[in-house]
Design a protein around this ligand. Structure first.
Ligand code: GLN
Length: 514
């Protein structure tokens, strides 16, 4: 097996690093901007935030589809980055005029729309490109995606520091600098990629990759080829999503408020898409039996992964309340801000990713590497163990008493190891199992589980115990923090076990693919 990695991987690494810098830099300021500058109440701000983070992972389906069918990965990546840079500039403009709330709101929503759209073009395509750099049987792919994932987290680690420093000064007129920094990061991603892709983004034989499918088919053998899905499929998908969205939004309570009173349209749209699109893809007539089996594996794993991200995404929600209210953050007389905990995970990924990449390469060289489904199940198990660790930390602790930082830090450490077993390996697995002509679209399906998980995470986070409010989940009453954390132990632990039991079957379905 070859050692080292192609140079193109490092171009994708820095491009993704700057894009994630932009994404997470804006995200770090976004809630604060809505509440402190536009004076939204917390509930409305949370709703906008939740819809944004849900939609941002829904549009990769569109970007993946467009790339596989018409544009190829490279054009989609550059277009996506430029659209997002304009989106960030609109947020900058919004923050320049924040005193004129009506104008600022319009600018902000227009900016968010472009971010959602642009991310759809960028995210699945850059991920797919990583796989295109290698020949089909090359066992360096898991390590490559792990290195790429380090780029993701290097961007997310520095973003809140830089954008927070210039944008979150306590003066609402400074938010604009944070958004401007995000926009510059995104532009940098687009320029770097565009300038160097011709030289570095090539397959192992030196031929350019990520071209529009028709051109690509003439040059490389193992990347995209034109696909012939009927347009009736597109109509079927659109109608199916529309009908299911309407159905999921119906107000069944019979309170006479109206058929769609209080509907969560975005949530319904996400759940409808999760059902319709995978069905539409797997029934495509151009697929062979084996291709369908491989896509089936992607679906099964993507389903389990919803539970991973739903529990993991508590970091931005309930775990931040926990850091704020229940964790003793004093270090030598200095109280660490609760928000700092949010950068623990990215920092740990940056430190541990090279170790994991070498570990997979080492195991791969000796033929000891666990299969991808096993790594996924290990990731889920580590997530459960992280919650079990903190559940014991808070057991029998009286309300209002703060616990040591060791518990939260330990949880993040265990979760980071789980994430490294699951997230980059998942990207690699999706790539390896996808028929080339569907590779970006199926990457979009993979991100769809994050979209659904973000919605589900919001629901679970609402169970965080509060004085005087009775909370329960499927008949299970959540009276204290121990009960709360136990939900995640059970959810991810059970997913880990069930997935583990399936691994033999999944490995068989995958055939030669490891
Ligand atoms: N941290 C990852 C990223 O931003 C998470 C992606 C995901 O699938 N949830 O790329």
């Amino acid at each position: 097996m070859k050692k080292g990695h192609p140079k193109g991987l490092y171009l994708l690494f820095v491009t993704e690093m700057w894009e994630r810098f932009s994404y997470y830099g804006m995200r770090a300021l976004f809630m604060l901007y809505m509440v402190q500058a536009l004076l939204f109440d917390k509930e409305l701000a949370s709703e906008v935030y939740g819809s944004y983070t849900g939609l941002v992972y829904l549009t990769p389906l569109i970007g993946g589809y467009m790339a596989d069918r018409y544009w190829g990965n490279c054009r989609s990546i550059v277009t996506g980055a430029l659209v997002m840079a304009v989106g960030q500039l609109l947020l900058f403009a919004s923050a320049c005029y924040f005193q004129d709330v009506a104008l600022a709101k319009w600018l902000m929503f227009a900016g968010l729309g472009l971010l959602v759209l642009g991310n759809g073009f960028f995210k699945p395509n850059i991920s797919t490109m990583v796989g295109h750099l290698y020949t089909p049987g090359d066992s360096r792919k898991d390590a490559a995606f792990t290195i790429f994932y380090m780029g993701v987290n290097l961007g997310s680690m520095i973003a809140p520091l830089v954008c927070g420093l210039v944008g979150n000064t306590g003066h609402p007129e400074d938010f604009k600098w944070g958004f401007l920094a995000s926009s510059i990061g995104m532009l940098l991603a687009a320029v770097l990629f565009q300038c160097f892709r011709g030289r570095y983004v090539v397959d192992p034989d030196g031929r350019p990759i990520g071209m529009p499918p028709v051109r690509q088919a003439k040059t490389a053998v193992h990347t995209a080829e034109p696909r012939q899905a009927g347009s009736s499929h597109t109509v079927f998908m659109a109608v199916g999503i529309l009908l299911l969205t309407l159905l999921f939004s119906v107000n069944w309570s019979g309170d006479g408020e109206g058929l769609w009173a209080g509907a969560d349209w975005i949530g319904s749209l996400i759940y409808a898409t999760v059902i319709v699109i995978p069905l539409a893809i797997i029934t495509d007539r151009s697929l062979t039996r084996q291709e369908k089996t491989h896509i089936g594996v992607i679906y099964i794993i993507a389903f389990f992964v919803i539970f991973f991200w739903a529990a993991y995404e508590q970091a931005g929600a309930s775990l931040t309340f926990f850091a704020d209210e229940q964790t003793d953050r004093m270090i030598f007389g200095w109280e660490m801000p609760a928000s700092y905990f949010q950068s623990f995970n990215a920092t740990m990924i940056v430190i541990l990713a090279p170790l994991f990449a070498s570990l997979w390469s080492f195991l791969g060289r000796h033929g000891w590497e666990p299969s991808s489904p096993r790594k996924q199940s290990l990731g889920l198990l580590l997530l459960a163990l992280g919650y079990l660790f903190i559940a014991f930390g808070v057991k029998n602790v009286e309300p209002g008493i703060k616990v040591s930082m060791v518990w939260l830090t330990g949880l993040y450490f265990i979760h980071t190891m789980g994430e490294l077993c699951l997230a980059p390996i998942g990207l690699s697995l999706v790539y390896k199992l996808s028929p080339a002509r569907f590779s970006s679209l199926l990457m979009g399906v993979w991100y769809l589980s994050t979209s659904a998980a973000n919605k589900f995470a919001g629901l679970l986070s609402g169970l965080y115990p509060e004085e005087g409010i009775r909370k329960s989940f499927l008949g299970y009453s959540v009276d204290n923090l121990f009960d709360f954390f136990l939900i995640f132990v059970v959810l991810s632990g059970a997913s880990a076990v069930v997935l583990f039991l399936f691994t033999g079957k999944l490995e068989k379905m995958m055939g030669d693919i490891k």
